[in-house]
Design a protein around this ligand. Structure first.
Ligand SMILES: [Zn+2]
Length: 217
């Protein structure tokens, strides 16, 4: 019988955030992506959130000595490591569904930036651009998933918990100091039963990593 995993993550934005949208805005070269319904609130799209959490999960697993692929390129996705099992691969869909995270009631402004030449470490001429930035607030992300067994759901929860706690920056312009977040609260339930105790999550993660192919089918 399948089990239902439901996770809510609360993050504090500790810097400005920028994720480029496709919206045209007067005087702004790179505007923020907004919610598609009302175009009122900046959002962190589900795909950005998933990619960011996957990156954190891969770093976590590698740090624990587990053979994990690198999803930054489609050609290096293996399809058998624990990250692939939780986040999916070209051969198997992820059992998880990620949702857009809305950043409501937060201030936005536009800052000017200069493109730098990586090569010469100098500013490109005429490469001044304006970047719309969203500022500090608590925001929530939601993830749901259907798993064949509760131990798989608990492993996925533990991996997402560890990944979210890594606290790497999310979005664009990270090298300019944007996108820093800090996990404030992690809530997870498997078929309505809470599995959000830090100690239990750490144990689950340990069990997963002590069997490096534990994620493989
Ligand atoms: Zn993999």
């Amino acid at each position: 019988m399948s089990v239902w995993l439901e996770i809510t993550l609360h993050f504090q934005l500790v810097s400005g955030l920028h994720i480029t949208g496709e919206r045209m805005e007067l005087w702004t070269d790179k505007s923020l992506v907004l919610d598609w319904r009302e175009e009122k609130h900046p959002v962190i799209p589900a795909t950005t959130l998933k990619g960011w959490l996957r990156d954190g999960a891969e770093r976590t697993l590698r740090g624990l000595g587990v053979d994990t692929c690198d999803s930054s390129s489609a050609t290096t996705i293996c399809g058998v490591c624990p990250a692939c099992e939780v986040f999916g691969s070209p051969w198997q869909r992820s059992p998880l569904r990620f949702f857009d995270a809305e950043l409501t009631n937060i201030p936005r402004d536009v800052r000017m930036s200069v493109s730098l030449s990586r090569h010469r470490k100098t500013a490109y001429e005429e490469r001044l651009f304006s970047l719309e930035v969203a500022w500090g607030s608590i925001w929530a992300a939601k993830v749901q998933g259907l798993f064949p067994k509760s131990d798989k759901a608990e492993q996925a929860a533990a991996l997402l918990w560890a990944s979210a706690r890594m606290g790497y920056a999310i979005g664009a312009a990270r090298s300019r100091g944007l996108g820093w977040v800090c996990l404030k609260e992690f809530r997870a339930t498997v078929d309505g039963k809470p599995c959000e105790d830090n100690k239990a999550l750490a144990e689950t993660l340990k069990a997963l990593t002590s069997n490096p192919k534990g994620g493989a089918r």
